[in-house]
Design a protein around this ligand. Structure first.
Ligand SMILES: Nc1ncnc2c1ncn2[C@@H]1O[C@H](COP(=O)(O)OP(=O)(O)O)[C@@H](O)[C@H]1O
Ligand SMILES: [Mg+2]
Length: 259
């Protein structure tokens, strides 16, 4: 298993946002995490990427214990995430946003930058090439000089994926990548996710659009009230009575359009 989560928990005051969650993410696959609003999906991602420190449990990535590691370290370990609402540098250009992701893999330090050493110039060139490559990959190369906040939602989501890819992750956590996009854009996002996996990157996906999840996921994990209530293939999940009661019954395919 590339990622192994055992007994993971997070409380906020008295609320168990995530409770005793086990999760196994196999390398090179798409694992979807579904569940009603407030089920703890985003909190789980925040725990994996180190934005929150778990109250209990362990996270092991490629055999290494990364429990409680901060985001700047988990990203160097090879885990990147995108956010439910895009977290771009609003006033910066698309290219500068993606270059910020490249910094993670840059070897030159602040002194190299100030002195403009050959190492820094080499690094700068490599970062630029990397940024343009990932922008091309997500289909946003033509937007490189645009100001991020001026772009439509769908384009911002693509740029967020490019920023995450610029950090050269081996595991990518996507939090509702298709939220706020129309059917055609959702389909295109599904295709992009397949291409990401074809690049050798493992994907964990939180998504409300059930048709997308059912089409893409190798395995689905269902959370409800912070707890894992089911796990299995899309076919198994579709006919699981607990899941139908907790989730599919109340939320049909357009649940992504909730407030
Ligand atoms: N930073 C926080 N402080 C307090 N409560 C939080 C915080 N983040 C999430 N929660 C609570 O934890 C629960 C799970 O939230 P979340 O992980 O965002 O759910 P989901 O992504 O599945 O919709 C919710 O009840 C939410 O209100
Ligand atoms: Mg969420």
């Amino acid at each position: 298993m590339q990622l192994q989560v055992r007994g993971l928990g997070k409380t906020f005051g008295g609320l168990h946002a995530v409770k005793d969650v086990d999760l196994d993410v196999p390398q090179g696959q798409i694992t979807a995490i579904i569940g009603p609003n407030g089920a703890g999906k985003s909190t789980l991602f925040n725990l994996l990427a180190g934005f929150y420190r778990p109250t209990s449990g362990t996270v092991t990535f490629e055999g290494k214990d990364i429990t409680g590691m901060k985001p700047h370290r988990t990203v160097r370990e090879g885990i990147a995430r995108t956010f439910q609402t895009t977290h771009l540098f609003q006033d910066a250009t698309v290219l500068d946003n993606v270059l910020a992701g490249c910094v993670v893999r840059s070897r030159s330090n602040a002194l190299d930058a100030v002195l403009r050493t050959p190492r820094h110039r080499r690094d700068e060139k490599a970062s630029r090439e990397k940024a343009l490559e990932v922008l091309e990959f997500v289909g946003a190369a033509h937007l490189q000089d645009e100001i991020a906040s001026k772009l439509p939602q769908e384009a911002q989501k693509r740029v967020s994926v490019a920023l995450a890819l610029a950090t050269e992750p081996r595991l990518l956590l996507l939090d509702e990548p298709a939220a706020g996009t129309n059917d055609e854009e959702t389909e295109a996002f599904g295709e992009l996710i397949r291409q990401i996996v074809a690049r050798g990157i493992t994907v964990c996906l939180v998504e409300h659009k059930m048709s997308m999840v059912m089409n893409l996921a190798d395995q689905i994990v269902v959370l409800d009230h912070g707890q894992r209530i089911a796990a299995g293939t899309p076919a198994e999940i579709k006919r699981d009575p607990l899941v139908i009661e907790a989730y599919l019954g109340a939320h049909h395919d357009k649940a992504g359009a909730r407030p």
